[in-house]
Design a binder for this molecule. Structure first.
Ligand SMILES: Cc1cc2nc3c(=O)[nH]c(=O)nc-3n(C[C@H](O)[C@H](O)[C@H](O)COP(=O)(O)OP(=O)(O)OC[C@H]3O[C@@H](n4cnc5c(N)ncnc54)[C@H](O)[C@@H]3O)c2cc1C
Length: 414
């Protein structure tokens, strides 16, 4: 049994604490917020789609995004470009090559499939009740969009992803409320994937952690680790020595690791969501729909609709970039007009995806003994969280990870 500190009570920190406590470790979770899942894990798209998970480093992506940058409802926005952003973009562009993309995609897919198994194992054993729905659909508005996607179909098939290519008619049968006035050229349907409420799951799992004796220290900002004693956790309440420290601090992980000589090129890639009460169930999606043109997801979360998207590079965490929410309202209205009460009590939210240039997370040991990483899950952290947590916890306990973690280690940055 080890005495372990987990820094961060987002979905990644909570799943990690759960796994570590399940094998008998003594775990304390630190978070600077007053509750769990208050940052990136708060109001994300809630898409749990192991099949659709992909690193954002496809060949041709930089050109395609640049071409859309100045359009009114562009999926990508620039909030400001400093040295940090430019350096990250240059590394990201270098990663947008077919060979590395295919490798990273397959690595991510393996992890996502493992995560799905672990997720089912946890929810089954604990009987957790959380908002969820089955099925995830990607919609293409034009023949060109569909043609672009078809290039990737072979990869999906090679990886054994359960999916169906669907016609507009079939899409409208699966999601009967889709607006007849918005053109559909075709789509992909992932019948085994779906929507699951990330924050709700995180809070339920936190309760389970507490039942196993995990301590949660909220309102406790952990200071950057010290080179002299890397496993000493220091907060304004004092300091505690641990056998091991697991960094799960989302976008803040880089500054926590910097003093011990670990440099990770993490960039916050901001995104937005709006959540509104269901107005008419008959006008609403049954599960999740992704608009490929605008890269926006519309999810049914219990009695609410959540619309999520936008990739914002640079800018301040709390400042909303002009037009971001307009795009989300527009896409909702394009596909499901009348589904949500958008005139009152809409929760508008901005969060940060902690993104590494290769688009896949870092999971494992770092060169400093006792310090472990579970960071950089980017746009799919919810889907990957359970698998990343179990694999890392296996490593910390001295076992094999349970899935292939080649490519997720620090060595790729060296
Ligand atoms: C708009 C948007 C939509 C998304 N949609 C999806 C989706 O549909 N499906 C999906 O799979 N993923 C999605 N994601 C990604 C997913 O939300 C994230 O990858 C995931 O939530 C990351 O979890 P985390 O625990 O690593 O980070 P966080 O949830 O950000 O948790 C990090 C925690 O660390 C704490 N912390 C930071 N610094 C310190 C410190 N010094 N001391 C103490 N505590 C600290 C923070 O308070 C925070 O609670 C989306 C993200 C965004 C922004």
């Amino acid at each position: 049994m080890k005495k372990i500190a987990v820094i961060g009570a987002g979905i990644v920190g909570i799943t990690t604490a759960f796994e570590l406590a399940s094998t008998g470790n003594s775990v304390t979770v630190f978070d600077h917020n007053s509750a769990a899942a208050e940052e990136a894990s708060f109001a994300n798209g809630c898409v749990f789609s192991p099949g659709f998970v992909t690193p954002w480093v496809a060949p041709g992506l930089p050109k395609a995004l640049l071409g859309k940058l100045f359009r009114e409802h562009s999926p990508v926005r620039i909030g400001g470009l400093g040295a940090k952003e430019l350096s990250w973009i240059s590394k990201w562009r270098a990663a947008c090559k077919m060979d590395s993309y295919l490798v990273h995609r397959s690595q991510l897919h393996n992890l996502a499939s493992f995560s799905n198994e672990v997720f089912k194992d946890i929810t089954g054993k604990l009987n957790l009740e959380y908002e969820n729905s089955k099925g995830f659909m990607v919609l293409y508005r034009s023949p060109e969009e569909q043609k672009n996607a078809q290039r990737m179909l072979q990869t999906y098939n090679e990886m054994g992803v359960p999916l169906l290519e669907i016609s507009a008619e079939k899409a409208r049968i699966i999601e009967p409320a889709l607006n007849l006035e918005t053109q559909i050229n075709g789509g992909l349907y992932f019948p085994e994937d779906g929507i699951a409420n990330c924050r709700q799951f995180a809070l339920l799992l936190k309760d389970e952690c507490e039942k196993m004796g995990v301590r949660f220290e909220f309102n406790s900002a952990v200071k950057p680790l010290s080179a002299a004693q890397p496993t000493l956790i220091q907060t304004h309440n004092g300091q505690i020595k641990f056998d091991a420290v697991v960094v799960c601090a989302g976008v803040s992980s880089a500054e926590i690791l910097a003093p011990i000589g670990i440099k990770v090129p993490l960039l916050p890639i901001y995104g937005y969501s709006l959540s509104a009460a269901l107005r008419e169930s008959i006008d609403a999606p049954l599960s999740g729909v992704f608009d490929d043109r605008h890269k926006v997801t519309i999810s049914r979360i219990g009695q609410r609709i959540r619309v999520s998207g936008i990739v914002q590079i640079g800018g301040a965490p709390k400042t909303h970039i002009s037009g971001a929410f307009n795009t989300l309202y527009k896409v909702l209205n394009d596909w499901f007009p009348g589904a949500a009460r958008t005139s009152e009590n809409v929760q508008e939210w901005k969060g940060a995806r902690a993104m590494l240039p290769e688009g896949i997370p870092l999971i494992g040991a770092c060169k400093v003994p006792g310090v472990w990483l579970n960071i950089g899950h980017g746009s799919s952290g919810w889907t990957l969280s359970c698998g990343a947590a179990r694999a890392l916890s296996n490593l910390i306990d001295g076992r094999l990870p349970g899935t292939n973690l080649i490519g997720f280690g620090m060595s790729r940055l060296e």
